[in-house]
Design a protein around this ligand. Sequence first.
Ligand code: APR
Length: 259
Amino acid sequence: MPADIAQAIDDAARTIRGSHYVVALVGAGLSAESGIPTFRGPEGLWTKHGEPDLRDYDRFQEDPAKWWEMRISRASQFPELVEALNTAIPNEGHFALKDMEDEGVLRHIITQNIDNLHQIAGSRAITEIHGNRTKLRCIECSSRWPMDEFPMDELPPHCPECGGIVKGDTVMFGEPIPRDALNECIEQTRQCDCMLLVGTSAVVYPAAGFPMEVKQMGGTLIEVNPNETPLTQYVDVVLRAPAGEALPRVVERIRGDSA
Ligand code: APR
């Protein structure tokens, strides 16, 4: 971690303590230290294999039974991602966010990650804007179930609540963000006066738009990322370091101040 980060850690802790409603906007970078590849950047999955095309969801809607048969019978397009997701455990960055929630200084996490690591780390106030890989969701009423608790006795599976078609909860390329999740993100952003940008390249919307809304409402932005992003120019405090190293130090500082 850069030597001169101590001042930034202090600034981040003071800014968080001095804020009323802190929300963390989280991206793939937080789970990088848990061995899950990020999407962009030199080692990114999309950089290496190209981004999935935006017709994924159209293909699902055209023939959901075929989509399910393929999903069940065929290996994933990104086996290294699946392998990493299957074996990953939370890292110090996830636990630091949980500690901030316990300290009462972090009100909510808006995560773009589908890996369920926030929940395993013990965080509670979470909105998964891109879904959760361990769940299924009805595309009509957005009811959700743990994947291993849903009877797969027909393809495509149908929702016991409304009869709608059920798919994985992970939001596909080309699929609209589920209304309930989007509304919660908008509500959390509306209340937010300090947003922590943790491990996101801030290029995918609507998530990438939330920080600027906070800024326009007079709020502050704290970026935790070893690399610059398009939002860096608007950020008040920059922690140019891996989240798993920087966030625990911020918690220490926050706890130190309250001791
Ligand atoms: N700690 C903090 N940040 C990190 C770390 C780390 N240890 N390692 C990498 N990063 C940063 C990178 O510098 C980059 O800015 O994390 C960011 C990861 O960016 P992306 O790979 O673009 O991931 P993300 O912002 O989450 O992408 C958004 O795009 O492809 C879709 O659905 C996918 O949810 C994803 C969305």
